[in-house]
Design a protein around this ligand. Structure first.
Ligand code: PMP
Length: 381
């Protein structure tokens, strides 16, 4: 072992002894209550066929993009795709990023300048946190979904003001109070940035996201839509004004300094956007399944605490890392792919089983899950 390996090993040991060592999970054939493939598009043969056709039919297709979009990596395909995405999302412009992580880092690191203010919900995703850390602006967190705490921060904010939130929170599955947030930001002339990672494909008639489902698209400064969750492929986009797009092309470092997505990825993204209008029934099915699950919880699992009932992400609170991990293991042994979310990822005492529903889960999957949970949780009664 080299000296560097030794140092790393010590850091890993520290994590292991705290019971928090992460490892890559083995692929399983358990019933999927874990993935972000909310509509099942990642496994859809119909979408796969459309992607294959698009790739075969595309003339002079390069295997790779060959560089940053600012060098050789731009293409008519990328620009046309962005126009199509902007149109779909009711925005003036769109810019594709290699991932949601890149989009959030690019946005938050580049938009607010020194002397400006960046206000972030305390539960925003790590990618937004990392972007905010790189920003030279004054940064403050506000309490989760707390409008009065945000308003207090807005009152004392300096320079241009940006507010960053998620429309569907990834760990709790609850929704931001978007109409109220939009109104508050307008009153203080703050630019609202909404990460729609877990709302894309899930809310809106065609999966346009929660902002559009509520008709607020003209009143939100920037939205981030990711393609790796309900859309079943990979990559992300920022949608907003043409000025925002031009700014990001110039200043968002993950965009400027990284090789662009390859043409086959762009074609996959284009295929899924064209496929979404055929997914209305799947989206309705997903929400119907959520309603069914909640009904069953009400009947068979009273006295259990859930982090939200508003989205396909449902967190069953099982306080304590050991208890939460043990319950997850029992569920996995019973055939369900359900993972524990432990502290410090979530606050101590709020450890939970994160259950993600999908359009392809069946009512009988849910019945079995509820029955198993009942057996595990009420075993001492
Ligand atoms: N935002 C949120 C809320 C997320 O949950 C994630 C993915 N976990 C991302 C952004 C990052 O998106 P991507 O996986 O495309 O990098």
């Amino acid at each position: 072992m080299t000296k560097a390996d030794n140092t790393l090993q010590k850091l890993l040991e520290k994590r292991r002894s705290a019971g928090l060592l992460r490892s890559l999970k083995k692929p399983t054939d358990l019933i999927d209550f874990c993935s972000n493939d909310y509509l099942g598009l990642a496994r859809s043969p119909a979408l796969r066929q459309q992607i294959q056709q698009a790739v075969f039919q595309y003339p002079a297709l390069l295997n790779g993009s060959t560089g940053s979009r600012l060098l050789a990596g731009n293409s008519a395909l990328a620009e046309e795709l962005e126009s199509e995405i902007a149109h779909f999302h009711g925005a003036e412009a769109a810019l594709v990023f290699n991932s949601g992580y890149d989009a959030n880092v690019g946005l938050l690191a580049s938009l607010p300048q020194r002397g400006d203010t960046l206000l972030t919900d305390e539960l925003i995703h790590a990618s937004m946190i990392d972007g905010a850390r790189l920003s030279l602006a004054n940064r403050f967190k506000f309490r989760h979904n707390d409008l009065s705490d945000l308003e207090n921060r807005l009152k004392s904010a300096t320079g241009a003001v940006y507010v960053a939130i998620e429309s569907v929170y990834s760990m709790d599955g609850d929704l931001a109070p978007l109409p109220e947030l939009v109104h508050l930001c307008e009153r203080y002339e703050a630019a609202l940035i909404v990460d729609e990672a877990h709302a894309t494909g899930v809310f809106g008639t065609n999966g346009e996201g929660l902002v559009q489902a509520l008709g607020l698209e003209k009143r939100v400064f920037a939205r981030v839509h990711t393609f790796g969750k309900a859309l079943g492929v990979h990559g992300a986009t920022v949608v907003g004004s043409a000025v925002l797009r031009e700014f990001l092309i110039n200043f968002a470092r993950p965009f400027v300094y990284s090789t662009a997505l390859p043409p086959h990825s762009l074609l996959a993204i284009r295929s899924v956007y064209r496929f979404l209008p055929q997914c209305q029934a799947l989206i309705r099915q997903l929400h119907a399944l959520r309603a069914y699950f909640q009904e069953q919880i009400g009947v068979h699992l009273p006295q259990t605490e859930w982090t939200s009932d508003q989205s396909p992400i449902l967190g069953l609170v099982v306080p304590g890392n050991d208890a939460c991990r043990a319950t997850a293991t029992q569920l996995q042994q019973a055939g369900f792919d359900i993972r524990p979310i432990l502290s410090p990822t979530v606050p101590a005492g709020r450890e939970r089983l994160r259950i993600c529903l999908h359009a392809f889960n069946s009512e009988s999957d849910i019945d079995r899950l509820v029955q198993t949970l009942q057996e595990i949780m009420y075993v001492h009664e």
